[in-house]
Design a protein around this ligand. Structure first.
Ligand code: N7H
Length: 469
């Protein structure tokens, strides 16, 4: 049935499943294909315009990913003696194999107990084998694509006991907050630039963000550098990537209540306090750039163009979310203390869920971010960022404090989040350097994990040749 899925095409002839490009592909070909796709989109006649008069292309894309339990289930179904070499998968990818709740890591992630997750993650009887991730220009496109996939699966009678697909919907927020997450910040600005693939996008080239593709896509190059020493990654994994999915609930009133206390923290406005916590103003303008030390940029469209900066003074606190998760230019001492830091590269692609907060503190409906990120080693990527950086008060140096946005301190037995302690700097000019300008901030953690998992997204050819026996 997996083979059927990879062979199925949509009406316009594009493959049903699109996944990350195979790393061994000729990079020139990938670039050429990107250009062709762009041209094709520009020539399409079936486009409508949105309220801002931007073209809306009726497109959808999908990927399929598996947990280690899912891969084991596929292996058990093989009838011809073929093997996915699950021993090597396990030895070389312990984080993926053991999962997000494995002993040893759960306490470091500080995730809440699974009984406090949302369904289906709170049901210990549900064994999650895989994930279909479908993106589209409208709900209709997504529904149609899902139906096509379900029909293919049913028709193939292969996963006949897929009892139920548990569905989680996310969507871009309505105007004027399109492109922003629930706290109100422009998202999807900064991503690593993949060597050989993003070379034609110099205008957004940030210093120190060029990334070897092998940190994002499993390749022959890193097969033997994997954490387990007794094995190498089986070749069918090459060209695939590990997907970390987390449903992260955001307490918007709590975030807003904290930023309204801006005077206590020597900030100039709630927006300024938010920028100190995030490292960017809501428009996306980085507070570390001189033009935005005290002012927001009003044009979110320029956010990508102003991603080319490094951290110098203390205007952007070292704890700020974007500085914690991508410190860009670490001091030599920090590089020595955190030698694996250069390997922490992820491609993020999350989407908000839940309705917009209507400003009424009595609004108790749930909302947040369906966080997704890709990497070639979960230990070096997501786990290093969450455990060693965001949850640590000493990254990149002593007295930095936790990441105020995603730092996790754990929950009490009754399900109440603990207090998160961090520091922000109060400087507004680069001349006021030094630790005298820091204020400690303590508040109840306002982002809460509500479930998720570790998945492997195989390449199209692996789906076709190796998994779809
Ligand atoms: Fe973050 N937010 O919307 O408030 N994140 N993030 N993130 N994040 C970033 O640069 C946010 C989360 C990274 O290169 C921006 O695209 C929220 C996790 C990284 O300068 C904003 C949640 C992890 C970057 C947010 C959340 C990361 C980044 C600025 C959870 C990894 C790039 C926009 C609810 C463990 C930094 C942008 C760089 C940027 C938000 C989660 C990582 C606005 C609300 C779990 C690497």
């Amino acid at each position: 049935c997996l083979r059927k899925l990879t062979e199925t095409t949509t009406e316009d002839g594009t493959p049903l499943l699109s996944t990350l490009a195979k790393v061994k592909d000729d990079h020139a070909k990938i670039l050429e294909r990107k250009r062709e796709e762009r041209n094709m989109m520009e020539c399409r006649s079936d486009v409508t315009n949105d309220e801002d008069d931007h073209p809306v292309y009726p497109v959808a894309n999908a990927l399929i990913a598996f947990t280690s339990e899912g891969l084991n289930a596929i292996q058990r179904g093989f009838e011809n003696g073929e093997s996915l070499d699950m021993f090597s998968v396990r030895m070389t990818n312990p984080a993926f194999y053991g999962g997000m709740a494995r002993p040893g890591i759960a306490t470091k992630l500080n995730d809440p107990p699974s009984r406090n997750y949302d369904g289906p993650f709170n049901n210990p009887d549900i064994r999650i084998h895989g994930l279909l991730k479908i993106g589209g220009s409208s709900k209709k496109e997504v529904d149609d694509r899902l139906k096509l996939i379900q029909d293919t699966l049913e028709h193939g009678r292969l996963i006949s006991d897929v009892a139920e697909i548990s569905r989680i919907d996310g969507w871009t927020r309505p105007k004027p907050n399109r492109g922003k997450e629930h706290f109100g910040f422009q998202d999807h600005i900064s991503q690593p630039l993949i060597d050989g693939i993003d070379d034609d996008e110099p205008e957004i080239l940030p210093f120190s963000m060029k990334t070897d593709s092998s940190l994002l896509i499993v390749s022959e190059k890193t097969a033997s550098e994997a954490p387990g020493r007794l094995a190498t990654r089986p070749p069918w994994m090459f060209g695939g990537s590990f997907l970390v999915f987390r449903k992260l609930e955001q307490d918007v009133p709590a975030f807003e209540a904290l930023t309204k206390k801006f005077l206590e923290y020597s900030c100039q406005s709630p927006g300024h306090m938010g920028a100190k916590l995030m490292g960017r103003w809501k428009s996306g303008a980085p507070i570390a750039m001189p033009a935005f030390h005290t002012n927001d940029s009003s044009d979110p469209k320029s956010a990508k163009l102003i991603n080319n900066f490094i951290y110098g003074g203390d205007i952007c606190p070292a704890s700020a979310h974007i500085r914690k998760t991508n410190p860009r230019n670490l001091k030599q001492s920090a590089e020595q203390n955190f030698p694996r830091a250069p390997l922490a590269k992820i491609i993020r692609n999350g989407i908000p869920y839940g309705s917009d907060y209507n400003g009424d503190p009595a609004d108790t409906s749930k909302r947040g971010l369906l966080f997704a990120c890709y990497q070639s080693h979960i230990e070096d990527g997501f786990e290093q960022m969450q455990v060693d950086w965001a949850n640590s008060e000493i990254f990149p140096e002593a007295d930095t404090g936790l990441d105020p946005i995603i730092g996790q301190v754990g929950q009490s037995a009754s399900g109440t989040n603990g207090n998160l302690d961090t520091f922000i700097t109060t400087n507004t000019t680069d001349t006021e350097k030094g630790k005298n300008n820091t204020k400690s901030v303590s508040f109840r953690q306002f982002v809460t994990m509500r479930g998720g998992g570790y998945f492997f997204v195989p390449s199209i050819s692996a789906l076709h040749n190796d998994l779809g026996q």
